[in-house]
Design a protein around this ligand. Structure first.
Ligand code: FRU
Length: 483
């Protein structure tokens, strides 16, 4: 351990101690989501289950609520629900990462945990350099940096980052998010037999798919995996233009489904689909756990989104991760459902069966609060509109004639109403996780998800169902405890 590393750890610990009380006072501190102890959290990193224990690392700026020279914070869990804060995994202490230990991934090999991440460097002129770095650990808590394992290959700008490593057919592969010299977003793929010598194979997509020539100027945080007979490439492109209800956030996250030739790394794939329909979702990462589930966690935030306007900033912290979701693939579409372990947080249960609402707005007894799981099953909707209002701050609105499902909320920047929408064939079920300042809405058993922060008045705990016609539904509600 270098003295620089020791100093940075000490500084980070001091920042945690200094603001602990203030951070904990924030009414918007969440009950059951991963947050930074102080400062800014962004991407989930190094998500893995190793020797039974789930490890979740995250991009962390301990010193303020903006971006900068990132650390890797670290949580562990036995059940993906209760997370324990661990020693800071990585500090930006070496020359090859002095401006940040940027995003990356974890693998288990030879009884050790390996981390691969991007060393971000900005020289005196502000020019960027990027290095892919490896660190190893015998106990999963203390990491030893092994130095740079991948230098920038030819053909890309220094925007070359976020290595995701995995093993397949006895070989190691790495995908890296990048930009080529024509300012086009790409995913580079590399291969290795020993984890330290890496050969650049080429681009996963884009090179041969004309339609993708201008699909954003940079692709961040790639992830490539096998699921239900297909290959899925998850990526976060920057620079897509809004198209109707699509691509409305500053940056996007989504996926391609297809087949990959692993000798060249080339992927033949279908269209890009967004992973989430909400306001805050970016840079997701997946892992396959010991039960064989492909689990995804995202950052419940987006870069360059007026981040300083989030009201938590005055309490010296910002952002959270999403709940872990299990992925399945049906006809080239990803379905996402919250891990079943979350039911261990359920407290008091309230059931209202065969509720009929007719041209009215109603609340249901005991269906209120700021931390709950809500399950709504719609039996029939004879109406132009059916909606659920959350804490007088956000509304989910369904219009059967067009199939449009819309999430509205009051903007945390100017308090104006803003909305995000998608189109469904029909609406049958909603599984909604509300935390003190977040909503995750799983539609039709995972067909679509809306993930968003919300900052309602503390006193307002109402949930109101409304329609201009007739709706018949069952409503289940569970109070959700603290993790
Ligand atoms: C995505 C990202 C990554 C980068 C990290 C830096 O949000 O920009 O590309 O590694 O954040 O914190």
């Amino acid at each position: 351990m270098s003295t620089r590393d020791e100093q940075l750890r000490k500084d980070a610990q001091e920042a945690v101690e200094k603001h602990k009380e203030l951070v904990q006072k924030d009414p918007y501190r969440l009950n059951y989501h991963i947050m930074p102890p102080v400062g800014l959290l962004n991407d989930p990193n190094g998500f893995i289950q190793w020797k039974g224990i789930y490890h979740m690392f995250y991009q962390w700026m301990p010193f303020h609520t903006g971006h900068g020279a990132k650390f890797w914070g670290h949580y562990t869990s036995n059940d993906l629900v209760h997370w324990q804060e661990e020693r800071t995994a990585l500090t930006p202490s070496e020359w090859y990462e002095k401006n940040g230990c940027y995003s990356g991934s974890a693998i288990a090999h030879n009884d050790q945990l390996y981390l691969f991440y991007t060393g971000n460097v900005k020289d005196e002129k502000g020019e960027r350099e990027s290095y892919q770095v490896m660190a190893t650990s015998k106990d999963g808590i203390h990491f030893e940096k092994q130095g740079v394992v991948v230098q920038l290959p030819e053909g890309y700008t220094a925007h070359f980052r976020d290595p995701k490593v995995w093993q397949q057919n006895g070989k190691w592969y790495m995908v890296v998010g990048t930009q080529n010299h024509q300012q086009q977003g790409r995913v580079a793929i590399l291969q290795s037999d020993n984890l330290t010598d890496w050969k650049h194979l080429g681009d996963v997509t884009g090179a041969h798919t004309k339609q993708l020539d201008a699909f954003g100027y940079m692709w961040e945080c790639p992830d490539l995996f096998h699921l239900d007979g297909k290959e899925v490439l998850v990526v976060s492109p920057q620079g897509l233009q809004k198209e109707g209800d699509k691509y409305e956030n500053v940056y996007q996250s989504g996926y391609f489904v297809g087949d990959v030739d692993y000798s060249t790394g080339e992927m033949q794939h279908g269209a890009f689909h967004e992973l989430d329909q909400g306001f805050e979702f970016y840079a997701p990462q997946t892992t396959e756990d010991e039960h064989g589930r492909r689990i995804l966690v995202g950052w419940m935030g987006v870069p360059d989104q007026n981040e300083e306007a989030h009201p938590t900033v005055q309490y010296k912290w910002i952002h959270t991760l999403t709940l872990p979701r299990v992925l399945t693939l049906k006809e080239e579409k990803l379905y996402q459902n919250p891990v079943e372990e979350l039911s261990s947080l359920r407290g008091k249960e309230t059931i209202h069966q065969q509720v009929r609402i007719q041209t009215q707005e109603i609340s249901l007894q005991d269906v209120e609060g700021d931390s709950m799981e809500l399950y709504v099953q719609l039996h029939s909707v004879e109406a132009d509109v059916v909606e659920i209002q959350f804490r007088n701050h956000a509304r989910l609105i369904y219009r059967p004639s067009t199939g449009k499902l819309t999430l509205e909320r009051k903007s945390f920047v100017d308090y104006q109403t803003e909305s995000r929408s998608c189109t469904l064939q029909n609406l049958s079920t909603l599984r909604i996780f509300m935390d003190t300042s977040s909503l995750e809405i799983f539609v039709n058993n995972g067909e679509e998800v809306f993930t968003s922060r919300m900052y309602p008045y503390e006193e307002n705990n109402s949930v109101i169902f409304g329609t201009n016609g007739t709706v018949l539904m069952d409503v289940h509600k569970w109070d959700m405890g603290k993790m």
